[in-house]
Design a protein around this ligand. Sequence first.
Ligand SMILES: CC(C)(COP(=O)(O)OP(=O)(O)OC[C@H]1O[C@@H](n2cnc3c(N)ncnc32)[C@H](O)[C@@H]1OP(=O)(O)O)[C@@H](O)C(=O)NCCC(=O)NCCS
Length: 181
Amino acid sequence: MCWRGRNVGFATVDVDDAELLQRWRSDPVAVHQIGYWPRALSALRERLERQRDDNDRDDFLVLLPDGTPVGHISLFDQDLADGTAEVSLLMDERYRGGGHGSAALDALVDLAFGELPLHRLQAVTHTGNAPALAVLAGAGFVQEGVRRSACLHRGRRYDVAVLSLLRPEWEALARPRAWEL
Ligand SMILES: CC(C)(COP(=O)(O)OP(=O)(O)OC[C@H]1O[C@@H](n2cnc3c(N)ncnc32)[C@H](O)[C@@H]1OP(=O)(O)O)[C@@H](O)C(=O)NCCC(=O)NCCS
């Protein structure tokens, strides 16, 4: 594990994790909630190979303390000049609702502000994605607006919420940081 949080750890994603990520991304809830369109495993593998040298993103497997992989979390579109980046999170459906998503997001936020000179983290999700909105609010993200009618989900249109967490807001959070756990 290269980074640890509250009962979770991170390991960097490698090309050989493609099958695992593909399984999580093919789960119908994930497909509907975040609009992933299933692609061939070989295409995902090629994308991971292409992204291996990208300096503007970090992709991690979320691991339980015993090493079981339970999710994929990313800090992408990193712009160190403007101090901005975006987060995304996908948990294995068998491990949802156990607090692991929240723990992983807190740990990623601590990595972003504690180890990188970032000022603003952004997340987007459609306004019908209650679990994602709850997890983001729990980590301190604030909804700053919506892109109206910006996605189609299960036959109806939804607004897409844009949320952000700024460095001073992270500094004001009362919880222990990942490195204090
Ligand atoms: C969103 C997701 C990552 C949450 O992970 P998780 O491990 O299930 O979340 P947690 O167990 O840590 O729950 C965190 C909070 O969400 C709430 N929550 C969980 N499922 C919920 C649901 N179905 N409806 C409403 N709130 C829900 C929990 O009550 C908890 O709130 P609390 O801290 O106030 O008690 C997970 O559901 C997932 O992978 N969804 C599909 C992909 C996705 O939508 N990703 C988000 C894109 S940004």
